[in-house]
Design a protein around this ligand. Structure first.
Ligand SMILES: [Zn+2]
Ligand SMILES: [Zn+2]
Length: 159
């Protein structure tokens, strides 16, 4: 379960293991192509004063485009989250380092962290279909991975 009841949390740390389907509302509004469910493992614990700390691991496969040839690429992402802090402190509401909670939360939803981390990973990832992708011809737009295009006779390399 990725949504933890606050009463369980007040008894101590709670394991948060689960999967989030690409169609889950947690990913709504993200321009993120996901290939299959996202796997989440971790632990949520109260750290006092209305704060809850989550540590865990997120694994998923992002569907994107190669930045050179624009072909579809699947990219596996493994994210270790050292410390995601949920807080009821209203002063932290605008602080991007915190996940805000209402004054008297009934639960803490770890999928918020997963959403955020995946969005960041997708931005940071410079996708390539393969390391030596030849890209597209700047003149005719042909995919040069399929072979040289008509407008580009390979010039002999000067020695
Ligand atoms: Zn490519
Ligand atoms: Zn060309």
């Amino acid at each position: 379960m990725l949504r933890v009841d606050i009463r369980d949390l007040h008894r101590g740390p709670v394991r948060t293991d689960g999967q989030i389907e690409p169609t889950d509302p947690a990913f709504e509004g993200l321009s993120l192509g996901l290939d299959g469910p996202v796997t989440v493992q971790g632990q949520l614990q109260p750290t006092g004063d209305g704060e809850y700390l989550w540590r865990g691991h997120v694994h998923g496969v992002i569907r994107g485009k190669c930045r050179r040839c624009l072909n579809d690429v699947l990219d596996e992402v493994d994210i270790d989250v050292d410390a995601a802090v949920f807080t009821t402190d209203p002063d932290a509401a605008d602080d991007p380092d915190f996940y805000p909670l209402p004054d008297r939360p009934s639960s803490v939803d770890v999928s918020e962290v997963v959403r955020e981390e995946l969005a960041l990973a997708a931005q940071a990832e410079l996708l390539l279909c393969r390391d030596d992708c030849a890209g597209l011809c700047p003149k005719c737009g042909a995919d040069l991975n399929a072979g040289p295009c008509g407008c580009h006779p390979t010039p002999a390399e000067p020695v």
